[in-house]
Design a protein around this ligand. Structure first.
Ligand SMILES: [Zn+2]
Length: 146
């Protein structure tokens, strides 16, 4: 793997888990420039954002499975149903808590919004011109950024 072009900046970025979304725009410029120049930090940033998004997806899946388990227990009423229900609800609560922690502590929500926006822009660009014209001006501005 390639080396960081400026280890001092690279160390700072590593400390932030390569997340500069919380910085004010004036401070962000220098770091964005570093990302543009530095292959090493760019790939690390991608890895960290992938981990964040994977965690939030895993937490969502886990919460869903616990809810499903709760529903199944409620429906079939096995022996010890009460304790199984408690366990399922506890699992759901823990998953929801993890989801919240990931959403607050990492830029995963912003990353997912960005991915969604890029996807929406791709769909928008493929639409026939007459349908594109019918979209509200406000929505078109959000999608294309112009
Ligand atoms: Zn670097």
């Amino acid at each position: 793997m390639s080396e960081c072009v400026d280890p001092v900046v690279g160390k700072i970025l590593a400390g932030w888990r390569y997340d500069i979304s919380g910085l004010v725009p004036e401070m962000r410029g220098a770091y964005e420039e570093h990302f543009a120049l530095c292959e090493h930090c760019r790939s690390r940033q991608t890895i960290h954002r992938t981990i964040d998004v994977s965690l939030i997806i895993l937490a969502s899946l886990s919460a869903g499975v616990f809810l499903l388990a709760f529903g199944v227990i409620l429906h079939f009423e096995p022996r010890h149903a009460f304790w199984l229900e408690i366990a399922a609800l506890a699992g759901f609560a823990l998953s929801a808590l993890l989801w919240l922690a990931v959403a607050v502590a990492t830029p995963a929500p912003a990353t997912m919004v960005d991915v969604a926006r890029i996807g929406a822009r791709r769909v928008h660009d493929r639409l026939p011109a007459e349908i594109r014209e019918k979209l509200p001006e406000e929505l078109r501005m959000k999608l294309t950024g112009s």
